[in-house]
Design a protein around this ligand. Structure first.
Ligand code: PAF
Length: 282
């Protein structure tokens, strides 16, 4: 494990000088099987896989869970090694931000919809730290989970707009056996809230069934998903949306590749999930 940016560059440069490819899996730690699948995919596709573990203060707003975000570095290191990581980069906040940054990367428009309506400063914090990690490391590929679908789309757009020499690779969501998407924040759910958390998956499936069943009206599909979320007394729904999978724009009539997305609070946990439906492949 390295904690300093200078050590990181030296380690990665060593691999690159010998013609090796470098994959980066950016995380905030408290890893689960979903993260491990990203690490394993990177390890299969690159000579060196680096996992960054950094709870990034820039992407949390006042009153969010920055202070209580779950952390377990020793366990994370074991999980990284087991999945094939060559190096863990776990910098301190002072190492990442030696001075309060006055430069930020914003993917305008995409940062303000869906999650952005509820967390207006979140994505600028994400794109700023991811751009910084890309600069610190120079990976040829970087791996992100589809569980944070909007984040993945925004990072793809950032890389394209800034011509960053990195391939952004999206990887499928990992789920518990009852459909709940794996997330570090699931640990916030109490034992009586845990069954209620499947409502996100149930809402998405109902939305998908409506599309597959012939609905081409986004209002109708969103209403189906919202009704499932509203029926769960322990959930406080935030949004249920259907968007174009590439642009994240809201279609007038449903066609092509779509993404259905939901968000809800259950107790202390704010959970998000999404699912794809490709109308050209039904
Ligand atoms: O998805 C996450 O864990 C974070 O948003 C990321 C990409 C590591 C940036 O802090």
């Amino acid at each position: 494990m390295v904690e300093r940016a200078s050590e990181l560059w030296a380690a990665v440069d060593g691999a690159r000088r010998h013609g090796g490819t470098v994959g980066l899996v950016p995380t905030m730690g408290y890893l689960h099987e979903g993260h491990q699948s990203l690490v394993a995919r990177s390890a299969g596709e690159n000579d060196l896989t680096v996992v960054s573990i950094f709870v990034n203060p820039l992407q949390f707003a006042e009153g969010e869970d920055y202070g209580t975000y779950p952390r377990d570095l020793d366990r994370d290191r074991e999980l990284c090694a087991a999945a094939g990581a060559g190096l863990v980069f776990a910098p301190s906040t002072e190492e990442m931000y030696p001075q309060a940054p006055i430069t930020s990367v914003a993917v305008e428009g995409l940062n303000a919809i869906l999650e952005g309506e509820f967390r207006p400063t979140h994505f600028d914090g994400v794109t700023t730290v991811v751009a910084k990690l890309f600069s610190m490391l120079g990976p040829g590929r970087a791996y992100f989970g589809e569980k944070d679908y909007q984040q993945l789309a925004i990072i793809r757009r950032m890389a394209a707009d800034l011509s960053l020499p990195v391939e952004v690779v999206g990887c499928p969501t990992f789920r518990e056996s009852d459909g709940l998407a794996m997330s570090s924040r699931n640990v916030y759910l109490s034992s009586d809230e845990r069954p209620a958390a499947t409502v996100l998956w149930r809402g998405l499936q109902a939305g998908r069934d409506a599309v597959v069943g012939g609905s081409r009206n986004p209002d109708e599909v969103e209403a189906v998903m919202a009704a499932v979320l509203a029926a769960e007394s322990k959930a406080a729904p935030e949004y249920a949306a259907v968007v174009d999978a590439a642009s994240l724009g809201r279609p007038v009539v449903l066609e092509g590749e779509l993404r259905l997305l939901v968000a809800a609070r259950i107790g202390r946990a704010r959970l998000i999930d999404n699912i794809g439906v490709d109308l050209d492949r039904l």
